[in-house]
Design a protein around this ligand. Structure first.
Ligand SMILES: Nc1nc2c(ncn2[C@@H]2O[C@H](COP(=O)(O)OP(=O)(O)OP(=O)(O)O)[C@@H](O)[C@H]2O)c(=O)[nH]1
Ligand SMILES: [Mg+2]
Length: 643
């Protein structure tokens, strides 16, 4: 194990990502320089670059209240400020989901979104694109005390009428009754719905983003957090407290907010058993302490059905104190190091693999197409050269015959190109049908109808039925295009085969468009939504703002998928024939230049030697172009697939 600190590992990771970006930029230049680029592939490359440039590693901290999430964040990342930067205290502290990151353009600030924004039908994502809707407090990074003061705003609460709290989805009759509160006039609610903190910490500057969340109730009331933000976090740190073990509400939290978003393989997950210091017993000493911790870990692992190695015992409180005071022995006792190592090794390695996968998936086919086109060009140029070397040009009759033959070949080729142009037109019509089959208007029409229906239905059950219907309709919309996709596939394959058979074109597997992935994703979203609704029902009242938000989140996600399908189909249909067109152009050029050379030789205007020299001169740069490409592909960590 390399045992580097998280900071160094993250730095290494950013460096790795920068190199990947550079390699892709070089590939884009390569395509431009040698005239392989077309608007679609450029689009694809720019998209992936944009994704890599803005890539952030998000670590989300999830737990029931008072388990020590915030203290743990302070000890892991902000100890060097010398203060307890994020407010952490007994009882409920963190009131709203809080994101910490670095915004180069915006500087240091806290942005807060007021709780009343929950009443509007605007997604959190849309608010994020709209800074003026947020209250901003600027941070003075040279003054930890000013910052600490500013951070206090994060935990602000206010009193509103019970009706208002209910409207906001923040009133829970059952829970209040359990606390002996019955029919109060006023209820205390958080002032802020969401907080965004930009802060120039070295780790945040390297692209780390931390998501601190409040305990159960707030999570249950913000579906977007559970259904969008947690699943897209690279890692979730689930925090338990050693003194309480796994309680019923920890379990509820675990099931509805952690398991669902981590998938079966539990990727990117760490469970922290915090507050181990509370298990210290003077009479039992060190041995008793270790045994007690071990026992608690085993119990937790059994309850959560998790491998013991994924549970990290720590004392966030000791770790923070130790780091602030520079007390190495205490830091050791806090056992924070093992968790830090895990976060830096496994999580960053996983992220690297994921990015590699994305790059491979998005541009792998472009790259393999480029290398095949290059190899094809080289093979053709070489063939031509070898032919010229073998022909006996002293024999006038022979040269004339060769010329006539080439001219015939040219004519036949021109006819085939005309055929190709005709097929292209047929293809264009079919592609348009495919693209139109899930156009934005069609999607929006279906969604609008469901919205109306949902507003009319008075029960959660009724709303669920409309939701199911919507998802079925969206899936059918995709299903309609299956037939068109099939036909388009056949056409594309036939066009390719013709040129391969007749002219020995390099076999380039045409990218085929498939809608399976989108159908699968739609189904998954619906299931996730239902799982969320049933698991979080304790905090939801019938027809509540929460259900409404939940369904808005699901609809927004479904809509994105269909829009993505639409966009992908358009890009696909515009670019699927491009490599074939490259080869056609290349082939045409070659026949023409061959004719020119033969004519010169025939008319004794040029020597055979000159032609051979010219052909050789043309071959050399092609070989170096291919070599450049090979180097770039290696830098992109991809395999070179060329027979
Ligand atoms: N003994 C002990 N107390 C801790 C430890 N970590 C946190 N605490 C205390 O536990 C209380 C809650 O800690 P927070 O960090 O506010 O907990 P949280 O999970 O962020 O809670 P919410 O923000 O309310 O959701 C505070 O009083 C902390 O001082 C620890 O390692 N040992
Ligand atoms: Mg907290």
């Amino acid at each position: 194990m390399r045992n580097l600190e998280f900071k160094e590992q993250l730095h290494e990771y950013s460096h790795w990502r920068e190199q990947l970006i550079q390699a892709i930029e070089m590939y884009r230049e390569w395509r431009n320089r040698y005239k392989f680029s077309d608007p679609q592939s450029t689009d694809t490359l720019l998209n992936i670059l944009q994704g890599l440039y803005s890539d952030r590693i998000t670590l989300a901290f999830v737990a029931e209240f008072s388990r020590g999430k915030t203290e743990l964040i302070n000890s892991l990342f902000f100890a060097e400020t010398g203060v307890r930067l994020l407010p952490s205290s007994p009882g409920r502290t963190t009131m709203s989901p809080t994101e910490l990151f670095w915004d180069e353009a915006g500087g240091s600030y806290i942005r807060l979104l007021n709780i009343e924004s929950r009443l509007e039908d605007i997604s959190l994502m849309d608010y994020k694109h709209n800074p003026e809707r947020w209250t901003q407090i600027n941070l003075d990074c040279d003054s930890p005390t000013q910052m600490q003061e500013a951070f206090r705003e994060l935990i602000a609460v206010k009193r509103v009428t019970k009706d208002m709290a209910d409207k906001l989805g923040l009133w829970n009759e059952r829970e209040a009754a359990e606390q002996g509160i019955i029919n109060p006039e006023f209820v205390e609610v958080p002032c802020w719905r969401h907080a965004m903190i930009s802060f120039p910490h070295p780790l945040l500057k390297e692209g780390l983003c931390i998501l601190d969340t409040p305990g159960l109730n707030a999570l249950g009331t913000e579906p977007e957090l559970t259904l969008s933000m947690l699943p897209s976090a690279q890692a979730i740190v689930f925090v338990l407290a050693a003194d309480t073990g796994v309680t019923k509400s920890d379990m509820e939290m675990w099931k509805s907010h952690v398991c669902g978003s981590r998938g079966q393989r539990r990727q990117g997950l760490a469970v922290v058993m915090n507050k181990i210091d509370s298990m210290w017993d003077d009479l039992a000493g060190d041995t008793g302490y270790d045994a007690a911790i071990e026992k608690q870990i085993e119990t937790c692992a059994t309850i959560l059905s998790l491998n013991k190695d994924l549970i990290f015992p720590v004392s966030a409180k000791q770790a923070l104190l130790a780091k602030v005071k520079g007390d190495d022995a205490l830091l050791e006792r806090s056992r924070l190091k093992r968790l830090e190592n895990y976060l830096s090794e496994d999580i960053l390695d996983q992220r690297r693999e994921i990015l590699k996968g994305v790059v491979e998936k998005e541009i792998g086919f472009l790259v393999s197409e480029s290398i095949k086109l290059m190899s094809g060009k080289i093979a053709n140029a070489d063939k031509q050269l070898q032919e010229f070397k073998q022909v006996d040009f002293q024999n006038q009759e022979m040269t004339g015959k060769l010329m006539a033959e080439t001219r015939d070949r040219q004519n036949a080729y021109m006819v085939n190109i005309e055929n190709f142009q005709a097929s292209r037109k047929v293809f264009a019509v079919q592609a348009k049908m495919l693209i139109d089959s899930f156009s934005k208007d069609k999607i929006d029409e279906v969604i609008k109808a469901t919205r109306l229906e949902m507003r009319k239905s008075l029960t959660t059950y009724g709303m669920k039925q409309s939701m199911r219907k919507l998802f079925d309709e969206l899936r059918d919309l995709l299903q309609d295009s299956v037939d068109i996709t099939e036909e388009t596939r056949r056409l594309i394959k036939a066009i390719h085969k013709k040129f391969q058979d007749e002219y020995g074109f390099k076999e380039i597997e045409p990218q085929l468009f498939s809608i399976k992935q989108y159908q699968f994703e739609l189904e998954q979203i619906f299931d996730e939504g239902e799982a969320f609704r049933t698991s979080a029902k304790t905090t939801m009242t019938e027809q509540s703002v929460v259900i409404d938000r939940l369904y808005s989140t699901l609809i927004a996600k479904a809509r994105n998928i269909l829009q993505q399908a639409h966009k992908d189909a358009a890009t696909w249909s515009n670019s699927v024939l491009t490599p074939l067109m490259h080869q056609i152009k290349d082939h045409k050029k070659q026949i023409e230049s061959r004719l020119v050379m033969l004519r010169k030789i025939n008319e004794s205007k040029g020597s055979v030697g000159e032609s051979i020299a010219q052909l050789e001169a043309e071959l050399a740069p092609l070989i170096s172009q291919r070599q450049e490409l090979v180097e770039i592909i290696k830098a992109m960590h991809m395999e070179i697939k060329d027979e």
